[in-house]
Design a protein around this ligand. Structure first.
Ligand code: HEM
Length: 209
């Protein structure tokens, strides 16, 4: 994946961009580390797997792929990762794509068994399909040397990966505000990714080249 001439998101020297990247990276690493509990102590009963009948073994497969994508996604935007004859970006990029595909495919299976019913199934399945789709388009653009397209698709892909972070920001709010959990969980199956994608589109409109 050669991306040496892809433009980093925003002016590299702009400090708000750097601070935003750092905050998102820390949130990603926090969610990835917290999710590792499913790998260290895998669920043995459906109840331990969120009451999801597909949870064993798909939750562990989902978490393994998705946390990999979450852990390496943000470093893909570092210009220094794209320099040199063999830029690390190429290898971490492959790891990211495999993580998204494994995490996304398992997410589709999990979505079909969500305890919150068909609305959550539609919300999470749409996210899973889009996540796989835009990541494959970004990977294909890189392989074909269409680096501006690669950058644009991968910004969309990362915005969708960040659904894992936004979901875990909303859920505590629902609990703190003592809102009814299941209806809000259904809403969050959309709210965790639709605003992210809209924000990415606004960003891409402002930074066309
Ligand atoms: C972006 C596409 C993603 C989709 C479509 C998706 C979908 C799902 C679904 C359907 C479930 C089961 C929920 C239920 O049964 O109601 C789930 C659970 C879970 N997912 Fe994802 N997910 C995505 C990204 C991620 C990422 C990037 C991570 C990061 C590690 C992650 C970590 C988890 C964890 C830890 C659970 C268990 C629930 C919890 O402890 O909060 N997911 N996901």
């Amino acid at each position: 994946m050669s991306v040496s001439n892809a433009t980093p998101p925003g002016r590299p020297g702009a400090w708000p961009v750097r601070v935003g990247w750092l905050v998102l990276t820390l949130l990603c690493l926090g969610v990835a580390a917290y999710s590792a509990r499913y790998l260290l102590d895998p669920p043995r009963t459906p109840a331990e797997a969120l009451g999801n009948p597909m949870g064993i073994p798909w939750l562990v497969i989902h978490v393994a792929g998705a946390m990999t994508a979450l852990a390496v996604g943000s470093v893909q935007f570092l210009p220094r990762f794209r320099r040199g004859a063999r830029p690390p970006h190429r290898w971490t990029g492959r790891v990211y794509v495999v993580g998204c595909l494994v995490g996304g495919a398992a997410a589709l299976v999990l979505a079909s068994g969500s305890f919150a019913g068909p609305i959550a199934t539609v919300g999470f399945s749409s996210l899973g399909l889009l996540w796989i789709g835009v990541t494959v388009l970004g990977w294909r653009a890189a392989v074909q040397g269409r680096l501006v397209d690669h950058r644009r698709w991968m910004i969309r892909s990362w915005a969708l990966t960040l659904a894992a972070v936004t979901l875990r920001l909303y859920l505590p709010l629902v609990m703190i505000m003592d809102l009814p959990f299941v209806p809000w969980y259904r809403a969050i199956s959309f709210l965790c990714w639709v605003p992210n994608l809209i924000a990415a589109e606004f960003w891409l409109r402002r930074h066309r080249t």
